[in-house]
Design a protein around this ligand. Structure first.
Ligand code: CMC
Length: 435
């Protein structure tokens, strides 16, 4: 059987044969379908890109119906169990697991880049003391592009690697400095004797002690959370990264845009929204009433539930739930956990959620862990942005090296006025003006 699609245009009676490749048809092939020579040709209308593949990728695989997530072919469960974040960052960007010496070199290089230029602290100091750390974080990332003039040489492979190592290294430092500014604490400088995750905890939580010693359970939990957030194929922020990257701007600026896309409560801001929701619900006995209101559309959605791609339990949420119990062994049980467990229990039995295939996503339990570890709620989206950095940069690299890619420029269906004459102010009537 030929791999083609026959389309009959009932407006003209003409039939077109369109090739099918990798389960897709080329949207441009639709343009051949015209009513006459003057006609622009058919387009696909797809708000929110519900069914549009904008790229070919070899980085991350998701099967949303089965709840499968793999980076470069490796199941997320195996990576969370056996790998560490910097190895995963290497895997995502370079495409293969490193050898021992490659990994050692990579880790040494990344850790040598953790310091940020002293002047960067001046921007951070310029933010109001109570500014949201995600706003400060993404603005500082954009500002960093001005420090490294060579970032614009995006078609120099060696230069791209340096920027990758630099950005993976500096994100935790920027994030922790933004946090400490917001609470009026002096910045804690990186300690490169520590692991990537351990050093981040050091920069966040170091007090007056001369050397910060991370709790090994919390350090490992942080690292696992970083692994789970490292990439997630063509989500809103990655699409933004690729979109901005398609104009060939530098990776710092593109990444600041991706972080901005992540900020919203429907994406990486959801973990913050989950915590606020749990606090608002307040106690287990108020869960049924909250669920009733969600279903009736009277209040907010059940945050941390549902996903565009997963129509099954998000595999990351399963791992995070397990990590949560390990963390609570050290920190004590987060009292909001009981409300979360009750929400999950009721929602998973309720026809509204079952029928719509709404399951817990990555954000449902992560906030509880972050809170128990001492992170303020406003830091949650930043905790998503740090580990997504290697994912964003791997996707950006794939995009700019793909000869099929062009500057992103979707079409629109124009439904506005046809041409009309300009009306001089003197003869415009108040009552006829649209508001
Ligand atoms: N609570 C209640 N109802 C929901 C929810 C929810 N969390 N999510 C979806 N629905 C309903 C929605 O009202 C709609 O119902 P109906 O068909 O009756 O109109 C149906 O389910 C389909 O929803 P949708 O909005 O068309 O689905 P989407 O694919 O456009 O949205 C989503 C995906 C993640 C934005 C959405 O599920 C949501 O808003 N979830 C809550 C926010 C959240 O947890 N976001 C984190 C996503 S995972 C991390 C990340 O990638 O950033």
């Amino acid at each position: 059987m030929p791999d083609t699609l026959s389309i009959t245009d009932n407006r003209t009676g003409k039939t077109y044969e369109v090739p099918i490749e990798d389960g897709t048809i080329k949207a441009l092939d639709l343009r051949k379908i015209k009513t006459d020579e003057e006609d622009f040709g058919l387009m696909a209308y797809d708000p929110g890109f519900m069914n549009t593949a904008a790229c070919k990728s070899r980085i991350t695989f998701i099967d949303g119906d089965k709840g499968i997530l793999r980076y470069r072919g490796y199941p997320i469960e195996q990576l969370a169990e056996q790998s560490d974040f910097l190895e995963v960052a290497y895997l995502l960007y370079f495409g293969e697991l490193p050898t021992r010496s490659q990994l050692d070199d990579f880790k040494r290089t990344v850790l040598s880049h953790t310091i940020i230029h002293e002047q960067t602290k001046k921007f951070i100091d310029g933010f109001r003391h109570d500014s949201h750390p995600m706003g400060a974080f993404l603005s500082t990332v954009a500002a960093l592009s001005t420090f490294y003039r060579e970032v614009k040489n995006i078609f120099d492979a060696q230069n791209r690697v340096i920027q990758f190592e630099r950005m993976v290294a500096k994100m935790p430092t920027i994030a922790a400095f933004c946090h400490r500014h917001s609470i009026g604490m002096p910045f804690a400088y990186p300690d490169n004797d520590l692991s990537y995750a351990g050093n981040f905890l050091n920069m966040m939580f170091k007090g007056t002690e001369t050397k910060f010693k991370p709790n090994p359970v919390l350090e490992r939990a942080m690292d696992v959370l970083f692994i789970l957030h490292a990439d997630h194929e063509q989500n809103c922020s990655t699409t933004t990264m690729r979109g901005i990257g398609s104009s060939h701007c530098d990776p710092f600026t593109a990444l600041a845009g991706a972080a901005a896309a992540l900020y919203g409560p429907l994406h990486g801001g959801a973990n913050e929204a989950v915590l606020k929701m749990l606090v608002e619900i307040g106690s287990k006995d108020r869960v049924p009433e909250f669920i009733r209101r969600v279903k009736a559309g009277e209040g907010q959605r059940l945050m941390g539930f549902g996903h565009r791609v997963y129509k099954n339990y998000d595999p990351r949420a399963k791992i995070i739930k397990k990590v949560a119990f390990e963390v609570f062994e050290v920190t004590g049980r987060n009292p909001l956990l009981d409300i979360a467990l009750e929400l999950e229990r009721i929602a998973l039995e309720d026809d509204y959620f079952v029928g719509r295939k709404l399951y817990p996503n990555v954000d449902f339990y992560s906030g509880l862990i972050y809170q128990a570890m001492g992170f303020p709620t406003e830091m949650f989206p930043v905790l998503f942005a740090i580990p997504r950095t290697p994912g964003w940069l791997s996707q950006w690299e794939e995009q700019i090296l793909d000869p099929e890619q062009r500057i992103v420029r979707p079409r629109q269906v124009y439904l506005g006025y046809d041409e009309r004459e300009y009306v001089p102010m003197a003869i415009r009537e108040e009552s006829t003006q649209a508001v």
